[in-house]
Design a protein around this ligand. Sequence first.
Ligand code: MIC
Ligand code: SF4
Length: 646
Amino acid sequence: MGMTLTEKILKAHLVDGEFVKGKEIGLKIDQTLTQDATGTMAYLEFEAMGVPRVKTERSVAYIDHNTLQSGFENADDHRFIGSVAKKHGIYFSRPGNGICHQVHLERFGIPGKTLIGSDSHTPTGGGIGMIAIGAGGLDVAVAMGGGAYYITYPKIVKVNLTGKLSPWVAAKDVILEVLRRMTVKGGVGKVIEYCGEGVKTLSVPERATITNMGAELGATTSIFPSDEITRQFLKAQEREEVWVPLSADDDAVYDEEIDIDLSSLVPMAACPHSPDNIKSAEELSGMKIDQVCIGSCTNSSLLDMMKVAYILKGKTVHPDVSLSIAPGSKQVLNMLAKNGALSIMIDAGARILESACGPCIGMGQSPNSKGISLRTFNRNFEGRSGTKDGQIYLVSPEVAAASAIAGVFTDPRTLGEMPEFKLPEVFEINDNMIVPPVDEKDMDSVEILRGPNIKPFPATSPLDETIDAGVSLKVGDNITTDHIMPAGAKILPLRSNIPEISKHCFAVCDESFPERALSMGKSIIVGGSNYGQGSSREHAALAPLYLGVKAVLVKSFARIHRANLINAGILPLTFVNEADYDKISQGDELCLENVRDDIEAGKTELTIKNKTTGEDIPVLCELTGRTKDIVLAGGLLDYTRESLSK
Ligand code: MIC
Ligand code: SF4
């Protein structure tokens, strides 16, 4: 029987477990990446493990999230990460060099390799045929130390692409169509593999837009084959030597199949407040808008920017609209500067931002009250923009630029004929903003620079015998990590200070939660389905840990967040009967008697006693050998320390 591309790469990296769907497998990790908002913690964790040099083929630390530097905190974190990188064998991409996923694709990604990153959009690397997975900081720290990375052996979904995109229809519309069909929870436990004749009509940056936003499906990752187009891209990046051809066998068997005829797609938008709330641009056209933001790791490639410049040429941004543009990397920005496109954007009245995440993570450019903002980004969760009632629509760069000029939502197909946009034969190569580490023999000479905002990892403890605790919070379905641990200009600088950042935990849902949880000492959170979707930020587990949360009981979890809870030693529980969700209220006293013994004995069905109502509620605690030991030890850090000392 033939193999899928995913299976081929996973098989070549398998170090633990077997290929059985739904079972845990351990993978050898070739490359890691971190960004600064999750990186400080990841490197504190790496240091705590006591491994002197990274054991991966390539590890890169990027600075792209916290670049406002409105106080000393961000700058201190940058210096800390830079010094750790230099000492321990990690390449350091300096602030200004660009967004981690864009730069990694350009300068480091290699077809057929495995990459994990402490950022949920790491699957961008799937655009050049990598198995690239978003993970918590601790998992990345362990991988840097040479440990395996564990995933549930995924189902593999074939997306069969046929035809060719029509003029003004974009890669963004392909992934919006997949989101429309599969929804934000449709990808959980799955890898999305793109195949078919249509693949060769898409350039690498277009493929990367699609795999990037596969994160919004909740998928483990997404991947394209590595073909002639991939080779051309790598050649243009002067890295042709790393190219290998990779694809699925013709007779590969998939768990699910989806057909998409590219020529049937139209420009679309994800409407507030979910990436799967899809409408066509035609339906929305004419709606008055207030803001347009172009950029983010989804849509900030040179190709995207050249399309935008073409649309803006000789025009002026509508007087009622603010347009910002953040090219994805120094390479992109510099090429725009040299080929004149930047000047076209400036002429049109665009507000040029630095090559970083910026407004995508709420670092500036929050829209006006109730403001309608069109963004080429990948997430439009409530409040993420920094304006609680902001109305965010996710669109292609084509829709964004056309609408910025018109002042109303515009279907770009009304722009007339579209010229052919081509990738350059050679990109501008200058890696002077990537600092290599010192040689191992010189590592002792590097001093680690720690600022006062950098506080240690919160205290953990082995799993209690019995969990007897009240419900400190009850929330509904599709809670994102932006609800649990919001980002933005005010909160992001606190990423290396868990006690301080915890004061903002669940601020979007209930501002009184942190104080209540702290005063309860120990507590349990209850939630609905797809709990913890979105970002990989382990702070969404570390803040609850600090606030005394012992267990999270929900209808279902998103993959990375569940892993982060386990890594933090917090018990992840799901209802056996979803209807039992209604049998618990905030404030109820719950008890999991002898939970430690039960978990040690490998029991997966446990009983929670609701002491307030007197009812017994069956719950699942599905931990495998390794995750079971992690939870018993009090988290991955304790578990790793224990295993290293053995
Ligand atoms: C995001 O897009 O939500 C982020 C900010 O990049 C996060 C990481 C973080 O919270 O630091 C992600 O996607 O994992
Ligand atoms: Fe940065 Fe936004 Fe991409 Fe997250 S989604 S890595 S915040 S650009």
